[in-house]
Design a protein around this ligand. Structure first.
Ligand code: PBG
Length: 335
């Protein structure tokens, strides 16, 4: 006679039960991506051609001012909350001191004004940095050894930020990584009557090779002398990112950014956990190029891989993602 044994409860917990059907998966989903999470990264140029393809960013276009305004209206109707504008400056206008950045009749003020007029209900964000305007491709003034001058650069960035606010920018985004710029830009904006203009700081910005195609997009490819390692962060560092973010928040940043995106999800998580501040990821040009080149070759499923990448930013703790694919993602997501 054998003793009765209850059937082995192997395993009592079956996590697959919650994955069995579409409704169960939807019911147990932890992260939801929506159109509200998207910031459209857009490159503008001052020419007559409405759209110019960017070779190293397959499927991505540079717009002239008129077309940029139309695209802004389209982005607004898709429900995208904000557009980040980046200028491709005519090489003839580039100088060592990036003076064109302070031209009130320049490309950025023109684009911002046209976009605001065409789409008053969408936020417009502009970069605060000199690299699209300098002939050496650095984000600020440099000395004879190519070292970026911190305090002298900030004096110009303050003027640039005020000029952008005057043109209608809702958010200014210092992307230069000088020390102390957030506090001084905040003070300059307040003094000029723009206390309501927000600052999204490129707080944890790394000296990354993933920005390569962006140089192509804004026309500084090959122009950059040296690299940006004396001001942007070492990709090997993580504690330092928290110190950068702490500084920028203490100086008055309203939102902080981690850049690049996908290889830096651990940084997003640490920043979000440590500060609980509005935190954004920049899915940069190199990430775009890698994915879109593979999609174009039929090696990746575009519709799926784009959504997966964006969802993973949110899962990591990002409140939103700056992406060159915001229009496509918004169409796919619906409102
Ligand atoms: C410049 C700036 C860069 C990007 C946004 N603003 C490049 C850099 O710092 O060299 C990168 C954007 C991208 O790669 O998509 N201050």
């Amino acid at each position: 006679m054998t003793a009765y044994l209850p059937p082995a409860r192997f395993p009592a917990t079956r996590l697959r039960r919650n994955r069995a059907t579409d409704w169960q998966r939807r019911l147990t989903r932890e992260t939801t991506l929506s159109v509200n999470d998207l910031i459209l990264a857009m490159v503008v140029h001052d020419g007559a051609e409405p759209e110019i393809p960017v070779a190293s960013m397959p499927g991505s276009l540079r717009y002239n001012v008129a077309r940029a305004a139309e695209v802004a209206a389209e982005a607004q109707s898709l429900g995208i909350p904000m557009i980040a504008v980046f200028p491709n400056i005519n090489p003839a206008l580039k100088t060592a001191d990036g003076a064109e950045a302070l031209n009130p009749a320049g490309l950025v003020p023109a684009a911002v004004a046209a976009m605001k007029a065409a789409a008053p209900g969408i936020g417009i964000m502009t970069d605060v940095a000199l690299d699209p305007f300098t002939d050496h491709g650095h984000d600020g003034l440099i000395d004879d050894d190519g070292m970026m001058l911190n305090d002298e650069t900030i004096a110009l960035l303050c003027q640039q930020a005020v000029l952008e606010a005057r043109a209608g920018a809702d958010v200014v985004a210092p992307s230069d990584m000088t020390d102390g710029r957030i506090g001084l830009i905040r003070a300059a904006l307040d003094e000029a009557g723009f206390a309501d203009v927000s600052i999204m700081s490129y707080a944890a910005k790394y000296a990354s090779a993933f920005y390569g195609p962006y140089r192509d997009a804004i026309g500084s490819k090959g122009a950059l002398k040296g690299d940006k390692k004396t001001y942007q962060m070492d990709p090997a560092n993580s504690d330092e990112a928290l110190r950068e973010v702490a500084m920028d928040l203490a100086e008055g940043a309203d939102m902080v950014m981690v850049k690049p995106g996908m290889p830096y999800l651990d940084i997003i998580r640490r920043v979000k956990d440590a500060f609980g501040a509005p935190t954004y990821a920049f899915q940069v040009s190199g990430e775009y190029a890698m994915m879109e080149a593979a999609i174009a070759n039929g090696w990746l499923d575009g519709a799926r891989v784009r959504m997966e990448a964006l969802t993973c930013f949110k899962r990591a703790g990002a409140d939103g993602i700056i992406t060159y694919r915001a229009l496509e993602a918004a169409r796919q997501l619906g409102r």
